[in-house]
Design a protein around this ligand. Sequence first.
Ligand code: PGA
Length: 235
Amino acid sequence: MANWKMNPLTPKEAKELFLLFEKKAKKVKKVELVVCPPFVFLNLLKSKSIKLGAQNCFFEKQGAFTGEISPSMLKNLGAKYVILGHSERRKYFRESEQLIFKKVTAALKAKLVPILCVGETEKERKEGKTFLVLKKQLKEVLKANLGQKLILAYEPVWAIGTQNPCEPEKAKEVFAWLKKLFKGKILYGGSVNLENAPAYIKVGFDGLLVGGFSLKKEFAQLIEKLEKLPHTDYI
Ligand code: PGA
């Protein structure tokens, strides 16, 4: 799953990158490629081989909510997924657990699959609070028994955009813990690149949420690389 964040700057660049990845996506069978571009490019990118996702949505269907995008609008544009609770939204927009849960529920209602991002900060990990934090972030969805309906992305905050990925063995501990609570697919995200990607699949993750590296041409090679591994469903 490619999270393009607030990139690229022009429709031309977005289309070029998308077409490049589409070439590879057409050739693979086991890997499902999902591209999550900024809202403004969603309508320009269509492919039978690539699924589309958004990076956020609002919790109401329609109405006087200036500047917001509804899950139904995303669905009507052809999106299948929506990333929710990303750490950048938690940090820059102070998104709370309550708000994120409202968005998850609204996305499901609109028949989008939420990709719920969870993960601890560096400080929390150092203080031994990783599982406590994850429990808090998952509380509402587990209480509402929505575990089967969404995809989880374990994204340790300290590993995002830092070139300091969580070691696969450490991520595996979290994966195993999450798997006991949660029956749906679980992705890893945080400084994934061509070299380290296979290791996360090998320790059990169902796929990867890739940020910075998904804006590079080499991301196309990653699709191919994962296709050659066993048990790969998503990237
Ligand atoms: P990164 O971002 O791959 O650039 O670390 C991942 C993410 O934020 O989803």
